[in-house]
Write a protein that binds this ligand. Structure first.
Ligand code: CP3
Length: 346
């Protein structure tokens, strides 16, 4: 096996030189794809997640069509909450709803620990099936929510704009907060390591909402828990650590861990990488709205980001957050093709 046989996405995660910049999209296995929308007319979202044949099919949908350099398993960050004793529903228009959000210490203490292989077998089966189909051509990413982002959905009972309940628990009952974060961290570790055993070769930790915290609160209430996760993760696979709005906590995210730090578009990629240091990789950071068009602007924005990355090993091209459901498929193809063409021989 020569270096050229190792997929370029994996090499970039390890900051090794690649012939071109690898690219994938967060939420690439989802609603912007017509075939996904048609499957969703037949099946509720959670059924898609829990039926390995369907989850496998959805995972593979964007692979041939878009020419991306990595697959991400079709699942959701909220799935591990169910076996912890949480009643989860995805409602039309409102997104996730948690019917029994823990609001007292007793309720937090009642949350169960999970064994991911036994409690979420459908995810591991889907991962195995996807790996059989991909045959090592492109790598499969496993993922989990980070404890802070999971805690926010759990405590708020769903999505939120102001995170008032989450911050209240954190600041008013720190010891209860830490118990909750420890329980979530244990679940995340079990979940990610099971995904690696099933065949995921890279993992991404989504701390999507960590950027709403002050740096000092991130340091006290989140960082120790995220750090524990990276320590207890199977050391065999590279890990990507992602958050949005993270300009205030970049250095701390690096301290928490991850071989690659994922950023959104609110900070220039070169400025972020300079602050992080070149001993970690960087993932990002096109504004998902840029994919609404026109194609010439998509290409010029891609060129700008590649210019900021300066062809340095360790850049993985991605959006700064999930692809918008309104995105035309052909615009995603334009982006992927532009990343590959413009980054060649840089
Ligand atoms: O990236 C991929 O394509 C893999 C699959 C994936 C999904 N969710 C499928 C999904 C991944 C990686 C996620 C991560 C996820 N889920 C995050 C972190 C990333 C981020 O966007 O910040 C979060 C916060 C969630 C929780 C979640 N799941 C919300 C808030 C919602 C509703 C709003 C929305 O974006 O749709 C979901 C539903 C969801 N997860 C869908 C998909 C394809 C849409 C379900 C549908 O078909 O209606």
């Amino acid at each position: 096996m020569t270096v050229k046989d190792i997929p370029i996405f994996l090499r970039a995660c390890k900051r090794e030189p690649t012939e071109y910049t690898p690219v994938w999209l967060m939420r690439q296995a989802g609603r912007f794809l017509a075939e996904y929308r048609s499957l969703r007319r037949q099946y509720p979202f959670l059924i898609l997640c829990k039926t390995p044949e369907l989850a496998t099919k959805v995972t593979l949908l964007p692979i041939e069509r878009l020419g991306v350099d990595a697959a991400i398993i079709f699942a959701d960050i909220l799935l591990p909450l169910e076996p912890m004793g949480i009643s989860l529903e995805f409602t039309k228009g409102e997104g996730p709803v948690i019917h029994n959000p823990p609001r007292s210490r007793a309720e937090v203490e009642r949350l169960r620990g999970i064994e991911a292989e036994e409690d979420l077998p459908f995810v591991m089966e889907a991962i195995k099936a996807v790996c059989r189909e991909l045959k090592g051509r492109i790598p499969l990413i496993g993922f989990s929510g980070a404890p802070f982002t999971l805690a926010s959905y759990l405590i708020e009972g769903g999505g939120t704009k102001d995170f008032v309940r989450t911050k209240s628990l954190m600041l008013q009952d720190p010891s209860c907060w830490h118990i909750l974060m420890e329980k979530l961290s244990a679940a995340v570790i079990s979940y990610l390591n099971a995904q690696v055993r099933a065949g995921a070769v890279v993992v991404q930790l989504f701390d999507s909402w960590a950027g709403i915290l002050s740096p000092r609160d991130y340091e006290e209430f989140v960082l120790p828990h995220s750090r524990r996760i990276f320590h207890e993760l199977s050391s065999k696979v590279p890990a990507i650590h992602f958050a949005t709005g993270a300009a205030g906590i970049l250095e701390q995210m690096k301290t928490a861990g991850g071989d690659v730090i994922g950023i959104d578009w609110r900070i220039d990629l070169d400025a972020a990488w300079r602050r992080l240091g070149y001993d970690v990789g960087i993932q990002g950071n096109l504004d998902p709205a840029a994919l609404l068009g026109p194609p010439e602007r998509i290409e010029s924005r891609v060129a700008e980001i590649l210019h900021r990355a300066e062809g340095r090993p360790g850049h993985i091209f991605n959006l700064g957050h999930g692809v918008l459901p309104q995105t035309p498929e052909e615009n995603v193809i334009t982006m992927v093709e532009a990343v590959h063409r413009l980054s060649k021989d840089k």
